[in-house]
Write a protein that binds this ligand. Sequence first.
Ligand code: C6P
Length: 418
Amino acid sequence: MRQVSTPLVATRARRDVATVRQDFPVLSGTANGRPLVYLDNAATSQKPRAVIESLVRFYQTENANIHRGVHELSQRATLAYEAARAKLQRFLNAGDPHEVIFVRGATEAINLVASSFGRIRFRPGDEVVVSAMEHHSNLVPWQIACEIAGARLRVIPMSDAGELDLDALRDMLGDRTRLVAVVHVSNSLGTINPVTEIVRMAHDAGAPVLVDGAQAAPHMPIDVQELDADFYALSGHKMFGPTGIGVLYGKAKLLEAMPPYQGGGEMIRSVTFEKTTYAPLPAKFEAGTPHIAGAIGLGAAVDYLRGLSWEWIQHHEHDLLEYATEQLRFVPGLRIVGTAARKAAVISFVLEGVHAHDIGTILDQSGIAIRTGHHCTQPVMDRLGIPATARASFAFYNTREEVDALVRGVQEVRAVFG
Ligand code: C6P
């Protein structure tokens, strides 16, 4: 992974949370008549004005379909769409813009690989490795692909703290392993997994690795070449971009060998009833009219992030994590779920005698937005023997005052339930 002091640290990086908050119109709003305290960033992040305005600008001045119009507007839209791809290439430090495929989000990115790569590589008796803390989006597509191929799914176990057992992974890797799919940052536990080490281990066994980076990309610089990840999936809406757009990064060599995921316009070179040939990357995997405005908006989000400093973001979010962890411990009967040594700013917790949904509902009355439930990680809940958690997830625009509001709110919940 790229170090925090290198290229993404802008020369005039801003490090003032009060100023940064002014870039996000929704943050000065209210919920249930109280100032909004938005702590549900792992579900989706808020959007800076620069992203919102890029969408408005596109629809007001450039809207046309891309890659197929000879007219000026279509050419402008095409240029803007491809410029967004180049921005994402730089954001991920991908070797080539053609390795950046625009998809709907992390879920579609993973389904694309499971379906296409799985079709050519998985055979009866093969093994696909996932971890015990995967989001359903990085589990169910592999179950489906394994079922179709007659392959077997293997699971890297995790500790009670939420750390993966790499010795167990080493034991399960072998000549039957066709792929390892692992989450970079767990959405329900906050664990930052040692993906560089996992990639090295998998590659030693000859297996490619897909990294689910949906929760990593908003919090840390990603360098897919340094990680040596074969595939990297992310969702635009979790990294301050629009919904309905995301990226699948894949090494060109692998993507070129893979069959199309969907058929339709844009992804072909020539079509006859007898035979269809496919377009080169990235068009081969972008069938139909893409989310043009979404890609442009995601490019604007990446530009926005480049105007901040990863060093500041990581320092500030770490402070919020430590402060919230410390303060929540004072609430009687509260237990934090996910206590890995390396964590992103995500705090899942349970409160003795109180259902997680009641915590969320009561906090909502005070304008505090958190998420409750299994967070699309039912196997994590089963592993830890709990039905659900309450989860506060932070972004760089959150403040210690918002942590104080959360803690006060949880104390009120405690008081209501005794
Ligand atoms: N997690 C959460 O509240 P999509 O829906 O495709 O944008 O992202 C799916 C996804 C994949 N991997 C991880 C690690 C994720 O956290 C998510 C989405 C949200 O935690 C919604 S369940």
